[in-house]
Ligand binder design. Structure first.
Ligand SMILES: Nc1nc2c(ncn2[C@@H]2O[C@H](COP(=O)(O)OP(=O)(O)O)[C@@H](O)[C@H]2O)c(=O)[nH]1
Ligand SMILES: [Mg+2]
Length: 278
């Protein structure tokens, strides 16, 4: 069975269409996908998200609602993955921005030996229609460069579709500490450390209006989270001697503005990158 986790914060407007089109796709590809169940993680929504999710429940594609009171996309995806029990598990955004054929295409990659398949907008064969404002595009480019230092070889960590071998992802996701939008990076770092074979899949991605990501509100904390992930990763991998020297109290990146945090992240990730090359 394949379980699809959909993190949802106040998604009563975008979720019904996604679930309708997803069911149509699942029914049409039943032969390739087998039984599919959807776990909508209602992330402390104040609108009718849970109701529209329940209304989409059907025998062709059962939809279950999982509650997560801790806000943040990372917390919601973590709760959904922990509630899963299928051999294959994926997550996707409530807006259905990544074309659904990613499901059977990533399934085929797993059959070919991949443990984790991540949708990517950064490959030559990817097709994207972006309507992001200039500020978000510039921020995203800087973010990609920093994330790339921790995950060399991965061009797009943030696309909202990823598929995993169920047992593998459940064995690492309890350790996920990033509650916000940078959780993808930490999850991939954890999976990489667990020895997972991670493959990027070129996808068709259309920017759907109504994004819950607000650069002014979420941008700085996404960078700060990235800094904390880099720092934790650095401390877990550097030699004991160096690590002992680093145990001095550190500034808490979340409490600092992005301008202050950025040089710190660059330094931490540059170190990881250099060690990766050696
Ligand atoms: N902003 C936000 N999104 C959340 C939260 N919890 C779950 N999500 C979901 O995370 C996904 C983010 O996708 P989207 O809003 O399209 O952002 P974008 O595609 O990065 O612009 C959606 O399915 C949201 O409903 C939360 O606490 N805040
Ligand atoms: Mg989106």
């Amino acid at each position: 069975m394949l379980q699809i986790v959909i993190p949802a914060f106040n998604e009563e407007a975008r979720l019904p269409r996604t679930l309708r089109e997803l069911r149509r796709h699942v029914v049409a590809h039943r032969g390739e996908l087998g039984r599919v169940e959807v776990l909508v993680v209602d992330n402390a929504s104040t609108d009718g998200t849970a109701e529209v999710a329940r209304a989409a429940d059907s025998t062709a594609m059962p939809v279950r609602v999982v509650r997560c009171q801790q806000r943040g996309k990372g917390a919601a995806v973590r709760a959904g993955l922990l509630a899963s029990d299928a051999a294959l598990v994926c997550f996707m955004d409530a807006d259905g921005a990544t074309a659904f054929d990613a499901l059977e295409r990533s399934w085929a990659r797993v059959m070919g030996g991949a443990d984790v398949v991540i949708a990517s907008r950064g490959l030559a064969e990817s097709t994207t229609t972006a309507r992001h404002c200039k500020t978000r595009s510039r921020g995203a480019a800087a973010y990609r460069r920093l994330a790339h230092r921790m995950l060399p070889g991965i061009s797009d960590t943030q696309c909202g579709f990823k598929l995993f071998r169920g047992d593998l992802v459940r064995s690492v996701v309890a350790d996920l500490r990033t509650a916000g939008f940078s959780f993808d990076v930490e999850l991939l770092v954890l999976l990489q450390a667990a020895g997972a074979r991670i493959e990027e899949l070129p996808v068709t991605w259309v920017d759907v209006p109504g994004s819950t990501f607000v650069p002014a509100r979420h941008g700085a904390s996404a960078f700060a989270e990235l800094g904390r992930i880099a720092w934790r990763n650095r401390r877990s991998t550097v030699s004991g001697k160096v690590a002992a020297g680093l145990r001095a109290p550190l500034p808490a990146p979340a409490a600092l503005p992005a301008a202050v945090v950025l040089p710190f992240i660059v330094a931490a990730t540059a170190d990881l990158h250099d060690r990766g090359r050696r």
